[in-house]
Design a protein around this ligand. Sequence first.
Ligand code: NDP
Length: 422
Amino acid sequence: DEKRAMKEQFAQFRRLTWQQRLTVASQLGDLTTIQRQMLADNASEDDALLTENYLTSYHLPEGLAATIRMNGHDYLVPMVTEEPSVIAAASYGGKMAASGDGIVTRTDTNLLMGQIVFQTVTVAEISRFVTPNEAKLLSLANQAHPSIVKYGGGARKLRVRALGEGFVSVDLFVDTGEAMGANIMNSMLEALGHHLQDVLEQHPVMSILANDGQQTLVTAAVNVPVANLAKRNAAVGLTVAKRIVAASQIAQLDVSRATTHNKGIMNGVDAVVMATGNDWRAVEASAHAYAARDGQYRGLSRWQLAGDRLVGALTMPMHLGVVGGATASLPLAKLNQQILQVKDVATLNQLTVALGLAQNLAALRALVSEGIQQGHMQLQYRNLAVAAGATPEQVPTVVEALKTHAHPSATLAKAIVTKLNQ
Ligand code: NDP
């Protein structure tokens, strides 16, 4: 009977009150009173408005990368991440980058793409209508969201493309101003889709934003004196630089390595995207699609030697917002924008890619020199200590004790903490 009641509650889940959801989750997880209280303590009425079936709010650590020098300006960059060592690495990468001329960035275009896809119609048939009427169609799209024109944005161009197997896509490119613009785009596509449907006498299969970021590419570049890549010795610096160049080449050749190379870049990128209330799934999807644009998945950044300098560049799609979406609904996202002192989306897009490049530099340097494990493990030990219930005062002792063991583990950390508490 209990099983049946539970099944019914699952089926009705979205109709349950928050209290009821809390009860079901507590029963299911066999939660203690303290655990149940933890869910309640972290819950907020404001957050409940942001999602369906709300239970609680999940907190993540936020830190600042200090400092990222971009286009001659020094930034403290808020980053939200659960992974230890990411922010330390970003800061170290930023420091190395600043020891040269700092990071220089560039954006060519920042146009969001959307698509209206038709079936069983040829490119010629659609183009016959779309090409001569482009200006009219763009103005129709703008009418679906007139305020964007006031903000200096708007629908910019159309493209008709054969997708194969009888599918044709009408691609719309929109300057979404200071917003990420998913909703702006989707309302424009809906209006345009209806119009095209009337003219072509065909219902589109779909009208939807594309997370293809090829029109939102940002490049961040840096050059670092090779001597600055080693703490003590300039000759070692040159060896490190040569190995970083080799690592960059490997990421162009091997998909397995490219995947991890890019994961390292996204460690930094995602953390900034999250801190600013932006959609990291959109950023991830566009990054990986771009990494595979020529048919093979490759590293997003490249490093070369030029005289006594290590020169690196990272080009990737970046299309964030400083208004709209969760940037408006998450109070910390707005606050982080203040810390960043970034008011325009172009700067935020560039700073995020600059941070990605700094992150990549630090990761590659660690990978080819002392090995990433050393720095990583120190922070990993801290995590084990905290997870084992060590108080802030006990953490250093537990970390030191873990270091002396060949196989530090959560169980070992717990045993050490228990011993300390005896
Ligand atoms: P909003 O719907 O909040 O749109 C932004 C709004 O901000 C505009 O409509 C405009 O409203 C206002 N605004 C104020 N100043 C400006 C300015 N200078 N430039 C532009 N707009 C301004 O958010 P988005 O459309 O940006 O949508 C982002 C969200 O969509 C993200 O949370 C994302 O997760 C989600 N999403 C993503 C998808 C994807 O990636 N595939 C798909 C669907 C949703 P007004 O005209 O009223 O002033």
